[in-house]
Each structure stands twice: as C-alpha cells, then as structure tokens.
Design a protein around this ligand. Structure first.
Ligand code: ADQ
Length: 478
C-alpha cells in the first residue's frame, strides 16, 4: 500500500459488483447500476462515508481496472473460466447452497472446488486490504465469501470486519456434512460481527462453533481460544427493501396504467395469481403448481375466472440441478395448460425472463394473490416488494413459514408448502377472505415493511459492527 493511494473508510465486498456491463454497437463499454436492494441500501450509507465496492464483474478473465461510478469506487476482482466453474457454480452454488437450504437437492463435494474457493476468497481479501483506509469498516456479503473475514484480518488487523449472510445458516447436523466445516467457521470468526436473517440462523452458527470447534459461547458471543481474548457477536439483522423508493415507483401513473393493461391482456380475470422467483429449487415452484393444478382439477377454481402468471427468472443454468428443475417446471406447465386450459385462456402464463423494475411493480399491482411458497429462503424480498407496491391495500400474500420474511410478516396467509392440502386451503382463503379483512391485513404488512426498510437495515448493521465487542476492555483489577 503506498501513502498516495486513495483508500476508503467503508469497503463492501460482495460476489458481484453492483453494476452490469453493457457494450454498445460501437463496442464501447458502459456500466449500469444493477437495481438490487443491497445497492440501494449501500447508496444511503455511502453518501455519508466515501465507499469502495470489491466484486466480480460477471465476465471470466482478467479484472478490468478499478473505476468510479455513481459516487462509489468499484474494484473488480477477476475470475478465470475455471474459477467461475469451481468457485462460483461449483462450491458456492452446488456445495454450499444446497447444504444451507436443507439439502432439498444433494450437495456435491469436490476438493478442487474447495481449492478454488480458498484461492478466490484470498483474492477478494487482498483487494479489500488494498482499498481500506486505516481503521476502516469492511462489510463482506454472503456465503461465497466466508473465508474472506479471516484473510482480511491477517492482512489488516486494524480494520473492523463484518459479514452478512443473505441465505439461511444450516443446523449443525447439516453443516457438519461439509468436509471443510472447521475452516469455514474459522474464516467467519475472522470477523468482529456476523449478521444473519433470522435469530435461528445466528443460533445455528453459535452452536456449530461450540460443537465443531469446542469454543465457549455466551448468548450471541463466541469467545476465541487463540489467546487474543477476542469475541465475535452473531445476531439477526433481517434485510428489507427500499420501501419509499419502490412505493413511489408503484404510484406512478404509467405503472398503474400498465397494471390495468396487464389484467386486460389476461382477459380481466376475477382472480389473478402471481409467482415471481429465480428459477431455483428452494422457491417451491413445483409445490405451488401442484396445489394450483389440484384446485383446478377439483373445480374449486378455473380459467378464465382464475389464472396464474408465473415469472421464473433464468438462474445458474450451468448447474445440473437447475437445468433439470427448468425442464420439470416447463413440462408441468405444458401439462396443466394442455389438460386444463381453454382456447385464449391458458391456466398458467409462464414467463422465463427478467423484467425492469417498473414492469415488476405493475405485475405486483395487477396480482390479487401473490404466491411466495419457498421450501427454505433466507428472507425473500419478493414478499416485501409485493406489499410495498400495494398502496391501494388490494391483494393478498400467501407466504411460506420457511422464509425469513414470514418471521416479520406472519399476518400473511401462511402456508407450509410441503403440505399440498394446506397450501390449497391457504390459496382459497387468500381468494375468498372478505375485502375489508384483506385490507386490514395488507395495512399491517405494509406498516412492518415501511418501518423496517433497507436503509434502516444498513444503518443498524453498521451500528452493530461499530459496537461489536472485539477485544473486551482489560479488567481494571489487572
Ligand atoms: P434471491 O434468492 O435471489 O436472494 P429474493 O429475495 O426473492 O431471492 O430476491 C430476488 C430479487 O430478484 C427480487 O428483488 C425480485 O424482485 C427480483 N426478481 C425476481 N424475478 C425477477 C424478474 N423476472 N425480473 C426482474 N427482477 C426479478 C437472496 C436470498 C434471499 C434474500 C436475498 C436478499 O436467497 O432469501 O431475501 O438474497 O438478502
């Protein structure tokens, strides 16, 4: 590190940079902000702290040089094509992701994937160490970067290190399957503060430290046994959405007009049901379709009066479990439409694309019933986005109790997606509950999200990072 180089008081590290690369017709490269909640949250905190963001650009190959964009210093980290395969698709998404989501599909264990995970985490830590000012706050995101906290600490013992897990942290019985479980825990314990979506996730982490590393823990604090006297705090700080930004988008006349247009183009059904998910086996799309199909077969509902729009964003298409899920969902949709659709009135409208934010807000406003039925989900922002967009107090949210969101939004029409009969009942209740009762529920759900938005989440996280115990003050009695 040279003394003339600019460094930053806040450094965020995440698998991806908060921008997407676009190349125009002349071959000029432009970067456009990707509109995720994390970026919005960081914007609000970075306005008062000069900040850097360390992340992968999304293309295999050498990292482009650092650049500044929308008030942030962006520091790309390069991944080779093999590292994209082994670190990202392999260890992150085919080893950790299934273990951290209750092994809905089996996890794959490969030692060369682990080697790539270690190597890439070290590279991220080196980039962070170069960007951080003396005593800076470093905020590392998510399951792809669990070793980075300890690597950063080795390189820069002067900085404060936080990590936030966007996905669940598994019970120790599942976590223990990982051949690299101790190294992962030791990587995380390099941080001063660990944030989780639910208190149960934080407790699972503390229990794993006790049982697998033999460390002492009291409440939310784990005490290290390396002679440093350091303690690490683990607690829940659930993420949220940019309530005010999204609500005002949903109030724009063009968005409201588009919502009406969507309903008209679907033949103005009495009940429009909606699912919006990354095409992922954790999201319970198969269970949702099964329940819907049975409701149609039993003639509780049927097109054209009731229809379902399922938006399934393409995701991780080079991982086998995702390819076979896509095939299965597409076959199921084809079968339901073949058997139960009518001319001009399919039972399921299936859309396998990404949409701009305005279109998503219009879809949320058009939907009478929003189906959020994951088998396991760290939070699920779609549930919070839906209620945020319903400034008209219309609509009903069916929400799985296995999402982090349910712990805040339990007034929703709750379901256990494994219980198909129960899921059908929740869907029917969401349709048939009187309008005034649904409005009362929606008002309560909206109040919760309005009071706990993503800006509050980021402020709370950084305050907890600042207040984390680190090394407790020496005992004055000596
Ligand atoms: P995800 O698993 O990606 O996130 P989720 O929280 O639902 O799940 O976020 C998905 C985001 O993508 C939402 O903002 C949604 O609006 C958007 N989206 C989905 N389909 C889209 C489409 N077709 N077009 C455009 N946008 C679309 C992980 C964890 C979650 C956790 C988040 C944040 O798995 O549990 O809530 O991180 O911490």
């Amino acid at each position: 590190m040279t003394s003339t180089r600019k460094t930053f008081d806040l450094v965020v590290a995440a698998n991806r940079l908060p921008v997407d690369k676009q190349v125009d017709e002349q071959g000029n490269v432009e970067w456009h902000r990707s509109p995720g909640g994390l970026v919005t949250a960081m914007e609000s905190v970075m306005r008062s702290n000069p900040g850097a963001w360390v992340g992968w650009s999304g293309d295999a190959g050498e990292a482009p040089p650092p650049f500044d964009e929308e008030g942030m210093h962006l520091r790309p980290v390069g991944l080779s094509a093999e590292e994209v395969r082994d670190f990202y698709e392999g260890f992150s998404n085919d080893t950790l992701w299934p273990i951290y989501h209750d092994v809905i599909v089996p996890a794959s264990f490969h030692r060369e994937w682990w080697a790539a995970y270690v190597r890439v985490n070290r590279r991220f830590a080196e980039a962070v160490a170069e960007e951080a000012a003396p005593g800076a706050r470093v905020w590392i995101q998510d399951y792809q970067l669990q070793l980075a906290p300890a690597f950063v600490r080795q390189l820069r013992p002067d900085v404060r290190i936080g990590w936030f897990n966007h996905i669940p942290f598994p019970p120790v019985e599942l976590f223990a399957q990982l051949p690299w479980r101790s190294s992962l825990l030791e990587g995380l314990l390099g941080a001063d503060f660990l944030g989780f979506q639910r208190q149960a996730d934080a407790r699972n982490f503390v229990r794993a430290c006790r049982q697998l590393l033999g460390l002492r823990a009291k409440g939310e604090r784990v005490a290290l046994d390396d002679g440093s006297g350091r303690q690490v705090r683990a607690t829940a700080i659930p993420i949220s959405v940019d309530y005010r930004g999204l609500e005002s988008l949903a109030q724009q006349p063009e968005v409201m007009a588009r919502a009406k247009e969507i309903r008209e183009s679907l033949g103005n059904p009495d009940v429009l049901m909606l699912g919006v998910d990354r095409l992922d086996y954790t999201k319970g799309i198969r269970h949702r379709l099964k329940a819907y199909e049975e409701l149609l077969l039993e003639r509780h509902i049927g097109p054209p009066d009731v229809t379902l729009v399922q938006v399934a964003t393409p995701s991780r298409e080079r991982v086998e479990a995702y390819r076979s899920l896509r095939e299965e969902i597409e076959q199921t949709v084809g079968r339901i439409n073949g058997e139960l659709g009518k001319i001009g009135a399919p039972a399921v409208h299936y859309l396998h694309h990404s949409y701009p934010r305005e279109e998503m807000a219009a879809l949320f406003q058009a939907a009478d019933v929003m189906l959020v039925t994951p088998l396991r989900d760290g939070m699920n922002l779609v549930a919070k986005e839906y209620v945020t967009c319903r400034h008209d107090l219309g609509g009903a949210l069916v929400l799985s109790e296995f999402t982090g969101a349910w712990h805040e939004l339990h007034q929703a029409f709750t379901c256990n997606p494994h219980d198909i009969e129960g899921l059908k009942q929740a869907m029917l209740r969401a349709i048939n509950t009187p309008k005034r009762d649904k409005e009362r529920i929606m008002r309560a759900l909206r109040r919760r999200v309005a009071d706990h938005d993503v800006q509050r989440w980021a402020r709370r996280y950084l305050a907890a990072l600042d207040a984390a115990p680190g090394v407790p003050a020496p005992d004055p009695r000596g």
